[in-house]
Design a protein around this ligand. Structure first.
Ligand code: FES
Ligand code: FES
Length: 220
């Protein structure tokens, strides 16, 4: 069965995720002042510029993270959230913004092994941490049965909430590879779907677990 949703095949979506990860800059070569757009070749030049030209303003901060297995070194404004840095600096748009206030779960990523709302997590607090996004899940063959099961059960309508559910499901299966339906409901309780696809998430995850334990794939 070809898993296809919203005009794009599952294979194409996973390939796009891989391309986005490959395109992530390991290090910012040019540092741009967010206040006046002047460009610099180093963080030190930027901070000297702040002292001279923007006294009293808080300078951008250095940030090192491992994102989907790749080390990234960035200079970011201190008020940016993790979601904004993933999207604006790294080009990873999989974590979605529905409420932007920690209520819906659509922006969920895995931070140091724990499901985390990236819309209300300051990027500056993530220095030295490990981040997994839905793109990283999409390109990892281990999680193909989970993605296939979501497609087989049609556990999405508009699909906007789906990345958050998938990330929360992956975090659950990392710590509990054989969850019960109740375990799944509790793990996904922080995720909201305004299209009302709730029952299908449990069905898809339970089916994925069956295939992952057996080592096969739902559409094999
Ligand atoms: S967008 Fe982050 S919880 Fe809703
Ligand atoms: S599928 Fe539309 S919000 Fe969940």
């Amino acid at each position: 069965m070809e898993a296809k949703k919203a005009g794009i095949s599952l294979q194409d979506a996973c390939a796009q995720a891989g391309a986005r990860i490959a395109a992530m800059p390991a290090k910012q070569k040019i540092v741009t002042c967010p206040l006046c757009a002047e460009q610099f070749l180093s963080y030190e030049e930027l901070t000297a510029h702040y002292l001279a030209e923007h006294p009293g303003c808080v300078a951008p901060v250095k940030l090192r993270m491992t994102v989907n297995g790749r080390d990234c070194s960035l200079v970011v404004e201190p008020h940016l959230t993790l979601k904004e840095v993933l999207q604006l600096h790294l080009g990873l748009t999989g974590a979605k913004q529905m409420c932007d206030r920690g209520q819906c779960g659509s922006c969920t990523v895995i931070l140091n092994g724990r499901p985390t709302l990236s819309c209300n997590t300051l990027a500056a607090d993530c220095d030295g941490k490990t981040v997994e996004t839905v793109e990283g899940i999409a390109v990892n063959p281990k999680w193909q049965p989970l993605i296939d099961a979501y497609c087989r059960w049609d556990a999405m309508q508009c699909g906007y909430c789906t990345p958050g559910f998938l990330v929360a499901a992956k975090a659950l299966l990392d710590r509990n590879p054989r969850p019960t339906e109740q375990d799944i409901k509790e793990a996904l309780s922080g995720n909201i779907c305004i299209c009302g696809t709730y029952p299908r998430h449990s069905q898809a995850i339970l089916e994925a677990v069956t295939y992952m334990v057996k080592g096969g794939a739902p559409n094999a």
